[in-house]
Design a binder for this molecule. Structure first.
Ligand code: A2P
Length: 279
């Protein structure tokens, strides 16, 4: 079984660098998918209240036969739950669905700037962490202005910012600020929701190393030093996707992949500056 390296977060916790993302995994199959993932060696599982599959994740955790302390479970606060009372209720609902006493990491899912409540939500995250109910707190889909605001108003920095990131949407402009503030990037849609898998240049690099396109892309994320959470519902793909620690991309490969960035045109998901959906 593959041993995934860990990354140390700014609060001292360790997170596996590679995990299983369960966005778009149907609730009915989530327990099976996460069980297959854990059997393949995944220890970081990334869900959200908005994915409606936390129960399945909880079921898999209970039947895994792996000590709870070896698993790193992340969930996210829903967009309609930023106000203090709603946030506390949402967190309780997440913990009940997962069947957990303590969460390894909780993230604000989206800033929803038009709602202007993400600072209030961040204060609740800080409070829950102080109570020991969450080990690490972070955010998702935050731009620099959103991050600066929560840091200025609370003095507490998130340990990660989970953002869409893949070869077609590399977000290089975000790196310097995040690094300066000790905030790790966690890459979601790391395969571009599958769109980068058909890229000819990636396939060519794969042929050179005897690896699949998915393995090349995931290895690229690892070499960037980011945390990465590819999604698959197939056990064989999950096993292949985690098996990326026995080869390395060289500087020519990295240069080729750097050239695949399409900037804003490569984005597959919503834009955090304007996204205002309230689930
Ligand atoms: P599936 O779940 O059917 O395996 P991302 O992680 O960027 O969101 O990409 C997820 C998409 O990529 C899903 O459609 C998933 O399909 C597909 N995928 C994940 N791993 C592989 C792989 N190793 N080979 C082919 N497709 C993959």
């Amino acid at each position: 079984m593959v041993n995934v390296p860990t990354i140390q977060l700014s609060d001292g916790s360790s997170i596996p660098q590679l995990g299983l993302g369960v966005w778009q995994v149907e609730p009915e199959i989530t327990a099976r998918v996460v069980s297959d993932g854990i059997a393949a060696g995944y220890r970081l599982i990334d869900t959200a209240e908005g994915y409606h599959n936390e129960e399945g994740v909880g079921e898999a955790i209970r039947s895994a036969g792996v000590p709870r302390s070896q698993l790193f479970i992340t969930s996210k606060l829903r967009n309609g739950g930023h106000a203090r009372d709603a946030a506390l209720k949402s967190f309780d609902a997440t913990m009940a669905a997962l069947g957990l006493e303590q969460l390894d990491m909780f993230l604000i899912h989206w800033p929803v700037p038009s709602q202007d409540k993400y600072v209030e939500a961040w204060k609740v995250m800080v409070e829950l962490q102080q109570q020991g109910r969450i080990k690490s707190i972070g955010v998702s889909n935050f731009n620099q202005d959103h991050l600066q605001r929560i840091i200025d108003e609370t003095g507490v920095k998130p340990v990660v910012n989970q953002i869409e990131l893949h070869p077609y949407f590399q977000q290089t402009d975000k790196r310097a600020f995040l690094k300066q503030n000790g905030i790790h990037i966690e890459a979601y849609s790391p395969l571009g929701s599958g769109s980068v898998l058909k890229d000819a240049a990636i396939a060519e690099i794969g042929r050179k190393h005897g690896k699949s396109a998915a393995q090349v892309i995931i290895r690229w994320h690892v070499q960037q030093g980011d945390i990465v959470i590819p999604k698959s519902t197939h056990a064989d793909r999950m096993a292949a996707n985690i098996d990326v620690f026995g080869f390395a991309l060289d500087s020519t490969d990295l240069q080729t992949i750097a050239g695949l960035d399409k900037g804003e045109g490569g984005r597959t998901g919503a834009n955090p500056a304007t996204a205002d959906f309230l689930f």
